[in-house]
Design a protein around this ligand. Structure first.
Ligand code: FE
Ligand code: FE
Length: 221
């Protein structure tokens, strides 16, 4: 896998470490899913049912790069849809006008990211399907905690920017990796769509950095 990523040298601005990180996160999500299925049910599991669960997890595991790609698509599809619900809350709790506008602009882009992912599925003749992305669920939860733990104003704004940038970095890593996979798999239509979204995620991250640098973090001191 790493060999494939190294060989590709990836895409403009998407570093090997970003993509390797994304692969690790995808692996973590798979582990979390198997753990969740082990823990579900009656609480304590017998050795036998644990073995059965392991066998099930193994049979669910991606067998090749195309399956890993499809699993990644389902994860980010869930993540983008979850963001369309989380962003309005972030916008409502932000104070600075520039930050409100940046979040509202990215909400429109995010709705488009959902549509682009649906086009990706369709280009592969697959029905769009979302699978809970544990990483994004955690990042959204962290953003909600920041809002709960701060008072309205510049400090909360700084926290909202920090939480939003963590989300953007996760998306950048994910889209960078999926684009690298699509290139290897010669899924050209999906590749173009993923690169389009990747560019918007990067722009959003840069805009948030500029917003934090120009005034918000200084005012939050
Ligand atoms: Fe997005
Ligand atoms: Fe985004």
């Amino acid at each position: 896998m790493v060999a494939i990523l190294l060989e590709l040298n990836l895409f403009d601005g998407c570093s090997i470490s970003e993509s390797s990180r994304a692969v690790n996160l995808l692996n973590m999500a798979t582990t979390t899913k198997s753990k969740a299925s082990e823990n579900s049910g009656n609480g304590t599991m017998t050795m036998q049912s644990k073995d059965q669960s392991k066998k099930r997890a193994a049979s669910d595991a991606a067998k090749d790069l195309s399956e890993l790609f499809e699993d990644g698509l389902k994860d980010i599809y869930w993540a983008e849809k979850a963001l369309t619900k989380a962003l309005p809350k972030m916008e409502k709790n932000a104070t600075a006008d520039k930050l409100k506008k940046a979040i509202s602009k990215h909400l429109l882009e995010t709705e488009n990211h959902v549509k682009r992912l649906e086009q990706c599925f369709e280009s592969l003749e697959l029905k769009p399907k979302a699978e809970r992305c544990a990483a994004m669920a955690g990042l959204i939860e962290e953003g909600e905690h920041i809002i709960e733990e701060t008072q309205e104003g510049t400090v909360r704004d700084a926290g909202i920017i920090a939480a939003s940038q963590k989300v953007e970095h996760y998306e950048i890593a994910t889209y960078g990796t999926l684009a690298a996979f699509a290139k290897v798999l010669k899924y050209n239509e999906a590749l173009d769509l993923l690169l389009e979204t990747l560019a918007e995620e990067k722009k959003c991250d840069t805009d948030l950095t500029a917003l934090a640098d120009t005034n918000l973090n200084t005012q939050a001191k």
